[in-house]
Design a protein around this ligand. Structure first.
Ligand code: KG4
Ligand code: ZN
Length: 348
């Protein structure tokens, strides 16, 4: 069954058409340029832009899939977590399409979407995923370790106590005046820097649980910037590169420590799935690959960069997997946005 999927949880208006794991089209209209001048996402600006763009993006997604409405069998839409005003636009439009074309409607958790992004098939490439799985979800809003034996029944075994990993990257970029969104910019600078030049604390290095924390590191980075600047108004390019490299080293070290702890606590795990915007980070991928080899655990991640950051193809694939696992459609009147939705709450 072809699924038309919608995601407007944050600052991308995205519509996709999927068939099982196959991505037939995945259109993302980004609002990054409009939010950049404010240094972050402005929820009501996001809502207005989603409203302005959604109809055109739907048309393009159906066209690119080389299908007509007769070929679409269901509508899937993100109902949380995300920004309430932004989620609302996708939900309302999904309900309208479901009524207009008489199609069943499925609600999808955005984070289940990030997990499903690792299942997405692009061209002839198909990821191999063996259960049980551990998912490391690292985005701008979440940092979670999720255990599952069956897609759709999720157990959160670790999560951030404060800032998400992507958020920490974004905040460091802001402090350094690098721009928004900061993850990619910080990692590009880190590539040019010396990761051992400055010492920063590894977050929760000695904690026994599987939780994360990045706000202490963010403050340590803020104090480091002040100390390096002293009475100068600007940092040198090399200093910026070295701060980014040192930050990235300890932030990722903290993530790797927790993944290793999780692998020890759940030795039955066969595959680790990496999802969320920070999954685009090549250094993190490389370090994870080395760690997983040691534990003989398979590594699955989105097959292209577009599937890492927010997109609707992952929502379509998640709906396909959910339907296979027994997920039922909802009546439009019964589907409400849930900005604080958690994976355990949305489990089937
Ligand atoms: O999943 P996503 O698109 O949106 C949320 O659901 O939050 O993730 C966006 C996050 C941002 O914080 C962005 O800075 C970060 O992913 N990001 C990266 C990289 N590319 C995007 N962080 C580190 N390295 C990257 N290459
Ligand atoms: Zn996301």
């Amino acid at each position: 069954m072809n699924i038309l999927a919608i995601d407007t949880s944050c600052d991308e208006t995205s519509i996709a058409v999927t068939y099982g794991y196959r991505v037939l089209s995945n259109v993302v209209s980004s609002q990054v340029r409009q939010h950049r001048q404010y240094g972050g996402i402005v929820p009501f600006l996001a809502q207005r832009l989603h409203k302005e763009r959604i109809e055109a993006v739907v048309t393009i997604a159906v066209e690119r899939a080389k299908l007509t409405w007769q070929d679409i069998g269901a509508i899937a839409v993100t109902y949380g977590p995300g920004l309430a005003p932004a989620l609302e636009v996708g939900l309302e439009y999904a309900k309208k399409l479901s009524k207009e074309h008489n199609l069943p409607l499925y609600g999808v958790d955005h984070m289940a979407g990030h997990i499903a992004s690792c299942y997405a098939q692009v061209g002839s490439k198909q990821p191999k995923i063996e259960m049980p799985c551990l998912a490391l979800l690292v985005s701008g809003g979440h940092t979670e370790l999720v255990y599952f034996e069956k897609f759709g029944i999720f157990q959160i075994i670790g999560q951030t106590l404060d800032d998400a990993l992507g958020e920490a990257y974004d905040k460091l970029a802001k402090m350094l005046g690098l721009g928004y969104p900061g993850g990619r910019l910080v990692s590009q600078r880190a590539f040019l820097g010396d990761s051992g030049h400055y010492s920063l604390p590894i977050p929760l290095q000695y904690s026994k649980d599987l939780n994360f924390s990045f706000s202490g590191l963010k403050n340590a980075a803020r104090l480091l910037i002040l100390a390096v600047k002293q009475d100068r108004s600007e940092l040198t390019e090399q200093e910026i590169n070295d701060i980014c490299a040192s930050f990235e080293r300890v932030a990722q070290e903290s993530v790797l420590l927790k993944v290793e702890k999780a692998l020890k606590a759940y030795p039955e795990v066969k595959t680790l799935l990496l999802g969320g915007g920070v999954a685009a980070n090549k250094v993190l991928r490389r370090k994870l690959r080395i760690l997983l080899k040691k534990y003989r655990v398979k590594f699955a991640m989105p097959l292209n960069m577009k599937l890492c950051t927010d997109n609707a193809a992952m929502i379509g694939v998640a709906a396909g997997l959910g339907i296979k696992a027994g997920q039922k459609p909802v009546l439009p009147g019964n589907l409400d946005r849930k900005p604080g939705l958690s994976l355990e709450e949305s489990s089937l």
